[in-house]
Design a protein around this ligand. Sequence first.
Ligand SMILES: CC(C)(COP(=O)(O)OP(=O)(O)OC[C@H]1O[C@@H](n2cnc3c(N)ncnc32)[C@H](O)[C@@H]1OP(=O)(O)O)[C@@H](O)C(=O)NCCC(=O)NCCS
Length: 168
Amino acid sequence: MPRLPEGFEFLPVKHSVNIKKERDNKEQYMDLLLETDPSKEMINKYLSDGELFVLTYNDEPICVAVVTKINNDTVELKNIVTKENYRGKGYAKKMIKYLVDNYKTRYNKMLVGTTENNIPFYVKQGFDKYEKTVKNFFVDNYAEKIYDGNIQCANMYYYSKELKKVER
Ligand SMILES: CC(C)(COP(=O)(O)OP(=O)(O)OC[C@H]1O[C@@H](n2cnc3c(N)ncnc32)[C@H](O)[C@@H]1OP(=O)(O)O)[C@@H](O)C(=O)NCCC(=O)NCCS
């Protein structure tokens, strides 16, 4: 350890992780949101109706999520994405936990629609109830072909997580 001049000391580096709801200027996260959903038109639609949450690491936005209201009982997680070089470190898991805590006092259920590839990720996060399959969703709703790795996406699979609404 190098010696420091008198009066100076080494301090541990503090890493701060923060999650907050973003009300203004939501479009600044468009590039990140496009990594999950390649349609700007679709994103703009749920971005205007939905609530956007941003997780920052040392003030850098690294994970974002959008949630929309379906009805008085149910919300839907429309998009969640972690910046590529921050994946696999637990940030999406942290974000989902925050969303669940945020919505569980007002809603009973959180729905998510996913490609086949991402089903295991959501099941692991507690979206363990299969709801329905919308056949050819990605073929019918996107102008271009959507790929998940080498596989062309066709169906959208819906799963849900119980939020256990707390009566007030
Ligand atoms: C899917 C995604 C959001 C996960 O974000 P992340 O910050 O890397 O996830 P986490 O590190 O919090 O992972 C949480 C857990 O899920 C697991 N996991 C992550 N991606 C997974 C996948 N594709 N399949 C199965 N499990 C997965 C992790 O291993 C981890 O498990 P653990 O709790 O046992 O450690 C991220 O990979 C991403 O942004 N992908 C591109 C966009 C996307 O596909 N979004 C989903 C749209 S349907």
